[in-house]
Design a protein around this ligand. Sequence first.
Ligand code: SF4
Length: 162
Amino acid sequence: MPHKSKGKILVSACLYGYCCKYDGGNNILKSPLFQVLKNTGRLVPVCPEELGGLSTPRIPSEIKDGKVYNKEGEDVTAFFEKGAQKALEIAKKEGVRVAILKQGSPSCGSKRICDGTFSGTKISGEGITARKLIENGIPVFDETEVHLAKVLADGDPHNHHH
Ligand code: SF4
């Protein structure tokens, strides 16, 4: 299994196909390249919000002033931080090199998040898990950047010693 020697990739479980979205749906990614990665066992699916102890379906949440609130105004930051920590632990245990996470999510977004007003308005920013991974040296890509993530994950780690 030569593919197994290449790097693993942490992925948002909703992109993988699990129904872990707040509304009980998924964001299954049907790109052929993603399918190849899936079929060769290189993807490690995680849903930080479920890992943090939130149920599915759940009340949607957004980030405001560095904290996370659900649509009913409850501070759910601790759930998101716990989920980020668990996702990082899984990433380390599995030895993943990169992550492909769902853009726009308060957990998984790497470039854009909602603005905290529950109006669908997006602003620049990072979700709690995406930031945690980046801070710990794991580059985060989104669902439009599978090829970039694969290039990095395929790289020979022995060429990256510093
Ligand atoms: Fe998908 Fe991430 Fe939201 Fe879970 S937390 S449903 S993996 S975007």
